[in-house]
Design a protein around this ligand. Structure first.
Ligand SMILES: CC(C)(COP(=O)(O)OP(=O)(O)OC[C@H]1O[C@@H](n2cnc3c(N)ncnc32)[C@H](O)[C@@H]1OP(=O)(O)O)[C@@H](O)C(=O)NCCC(=O)NCCS
Length: 140
């Protein structure tokens, strides 16, 4: 499978980003919101199959010692082909000096474990839409 991996946000179809996030069951917003979030991120990775955007991910970071990964998604028909692994490895490579944290969707922990991430015992979060996070691995 001939894939192209692009970093940076030029030429990205943000509508496809929003639609992909919706399709895979992740939080999604208006296209412009994703554009602003990805463009403000330290590292963004987009995977193309020909002209088709099939997966992406991003990380916010100080670029020195701390980073957090968000919005990792691969469209369903291209999942389980190593693309998600490629996205994460690419991001980790670009953030090699940094500690990296992320929130794994329930059921995706093993995927991240194989990439070297481990569970945190004391991770805490404050979500704007806390109601929506119920049943997704958060406790009261
Ligand atoms: C999580 C997600 C990004 C992973 O992307 P992916 O491209 O399917 O990931 P990979 O193919 O690299 O790895 C996924 C699994 O497929 C397996 N795999 C990889 N290449 C494979 C191949 N050629 N044949 C069969 N299986 C393969 C991997 O071993 C891995 O197994 P695991 O689930 O037991 O860890 C993707 O499933 C997704 O978008 N899910 C919905 C959104 C989501 O939950 N995102 C994560 C938010 S934290």
């Amino acid at each position: 499978m001939e894939l192209e991996i692009k970093s940076g946000c030029s030429g990205v179809d943000w509508k496809t980003v929003a639609e992909t996030l919706k399709l895979v069951g992740m939080a999604y917003y208006d296209s412009d919101v994703h554009k602003r979030a990805f463009e403000a991120s330290h590292t963004s990775v987009f995977v193309y199959f020909g002209d088709q955007l099939i997966g992406f991910g991003r990380a916010i970071s100080d670029g020195v010692y701390q980073a957090a990964i968000y919005d990792v998604a691969v469209i369903p028909e291209f999942q389980k082909k190593g693309i998600g692994t490629t996205i994460i490895k690419n991001i980790l490579h670009r953030l090699s000096p940094c500690n990296v944290i992320l929130y794994a969707s329930p059921g995706k922990e093993e995927f991240y474990r194989t990439l070297g991430l481990r569970k945190m015992l004391t991770g805490m979060a404050l979500f704007k839409k806390a109601e929506e996070m119920k049943g997704k691995g958060f406790t009261e």
